[in-house]
Design a protein around this ligand. Structure first.
Ligand code: R5P
Length: 281
């Protein structure tokens, strides 16, 4: 077995290869004069793990090309961040189910598909291949333990993330709670103040995706106004759209940590061991 990765998933791909104890196959990436992506892979074995997060159109095209280049081997597909998964249904008449379009295009002919904290597991059947979603509660709990906080409150920014916050908190023997979020627009959210007893306490917010940063920045400001001692933010996927990291830093968050499903300066823990485990089953 060998592991190959798209250009922006090379670091995680090599960590997965390390965790599996197998080699990486080299891939050379370039572009044609008109900007179209071009790639050339090195020698493969019979089984290949193809790793590629989908965070934009370029990463999607590269992943499709890499899958085609590997079509002669038995391919296990790892999509650490499955972009477009939030459009998991047609919210308005005439809209596509984007998750179905993307997962369907990627999953064709795969032996297995693996995602990490996919926004909703209901999209997994769209791969049309045996699919498994990996979650990183253990890695996140380990990261929080390393912060050395006394009695931290693990906080979900909305009700939808509460199960995730509870799973993390239970591993460390901490409390979990959630805020009430209403989305006003793509960048703006409103948080309902809740009586959470955060005064003088460290709060660790956890969420699956940090995109514009609007959710966590708004929550952080509210928590500080309520007297929280320190506010920390942990996301799984750091998309960090247009100045999100600056927004989060200026909102007073002490530490912003994400996994390596998307490479960024905020990567503090890895999804590699959990992905390797899913691939070995
Ligand atoms: C929403 O349901 C997700 O779980 C995240 O809360 C959301 O994607 C965060 O987006 P943003 O950083 O743009 O507020």
């Amino acid at each position: 077995m060998k592991v190959v990765g798209t250009q922006r998933s090379q670091v995680l791909a090599s960590r997965i290869a390390g965790a599996l104890g197998v080699e990486m196959a080299e891939v050379r990436f370039s572009r044609f004069p008109d900007g179209e992506h071009r790639l050339q892979r090195g020698a493969l074995d019979r089984d290949t793990v193809v790793v590629g997060s989908v965070m934009d159109a370029d990463s999607l095209v590269q992943l499709l090309l890499l899958l085609d280049a590997c079509r002669e081997s038995e391919v296990r597909l790892v999509v650490p961040y499955l972009g477009y998964a939030r459009q998991d249904r047609a919210f308005r008449e005439g809209e596509p189910v984007s998750a179905r379009a993307i997962a369907g295009a990627l999953g064709r002919g795969m032996v297995q598909a693996v995602t990490v904290h996919v926004h909703k597991e209901t999209v997994l059947p769209y791969f049309n291949a045996p699919a498994r979603n990996v979650t990183l509660e253990a890695a996140i709990a380990g990261y929080i333990s390393g912060l050395g906080l006394t009695r931290p409150l693990v906080l979900a920014p909305d009700r939808g993330a509460l199960a995730f916050a509870r799973a993390v908190a239970s591993l460390g023997g901490w409390e979990a709670e959630h805020l009430e979020k209403t989305r006003i627009s793509g960048r703006e959210v409103r948080m309902e103040a809740k009586d959470l007893a955060v005064k003088g306490r460290d709060v660790v917010m956890v969420d699956d995706i940090i995109s514009t940063g609007g959710t966590l920045a708004t929550a952080a400001r509210m928590l500080q106004a309520e007297g929280a001692r320190g506010v920390h933010a942990i996301g799984v996927h750091g998309v960090f759209t247009g100045g999100a990291l600056d927004l989060l830093r200026t909102s007073g968050i002490r530490e912003i940590a994400c996994s390596d499903t998307i490479e960024s300066e905020a990567c503090r823990y890895s999804a590699a061991a959990a992905i390797a485990d899913a691939l070995s089953r």
